[in-house]
Design a protein around this ligand. Sequence first.
Ligand SMILES: Nc1ncnc2c1ncn2[C@@H]1O[C@H](COP(=O)(O)OP(=O)(O)OP(=O)(O)O)[C@@H](O)[C@H]1O
Ligand SMILES: O=C(O)[C@H](O)[C@@H](O)[C@H](O)[C@H](O)CO
Length: 174
Amino acid sequence: MADGENPCALVVMGVSGSGKSTIADHLAVRIGWRYEDGDTFHPPSNVSKMHSGQPLTDEDRWPWLRAIAAEIDRTCKANERAVIACSALKRSYRDILVHGRRDVRIVFLDGTQELIASRLIVRKGHFMPPGLLASQFKTLEPPTPDERPITVAIDRTVDLIVEDIVNQLKLDRP
Ligand SMILES: Nc1ncnc2c1ncn2[C@@H]1O[C@H](COP(=O)(O)OP(=O)(O)OP(=O)(O)O)[C@@H](O)[C@H]1O
Ligand SMILES: O=C(O)[C@H](O)[C@@H](O)[C@H](O)[C@H](O)CO
């Protein structure tokens, strides 16, 4: 790729409803990597808390982020490749996941609260209530250029978003 470092993990980040699971899953199929849903690393207490309409605190999130970071390290060490959907809303959260690795890249799903709310209203069967969206935006610290994020606008079809990511990634063998 452009900076001479081929990634072993892509962290697809953004607020609840920005499309992390959808995009990460399609992207993984497109590039032939494994897909991992970061929500499966939450302890049950975190899921119950969100389900009951309460936002998570930093203390709730640290163990969850450390578990995902360990999975990223394991994946890369095993010479595997994974696309991981994980909200990673704050810089300090992403620093735990990336911890200086050049082979872990951030993909930021960028969209307005209005658009995302309209998608969450019609989403069925998910533990995350749409009412938590405002707190997600309040917590969000969009990635800064030094994080080398791949930023994509989400007001398009899934296929167009995935192709945009693939083009920006410039993988040696997409
Ligand atoms: N580009 C898109 N165009 C239209 N609908 C989309 C698009 N991307 C995702 N969606 C829909 O928006 C909703 C939210 O997407 P998804 O569940 O993937 O988001 P998420 O970020 O993983 O959410 P959460 O963090 O709450 O799990 C879903 O119903 C999904 O089908
Ligand atoms: O940090 C957080 O607040 C959580 O990770 C949430 O973002 C959820 O996991 C997700 O968005 C719902 O599926």
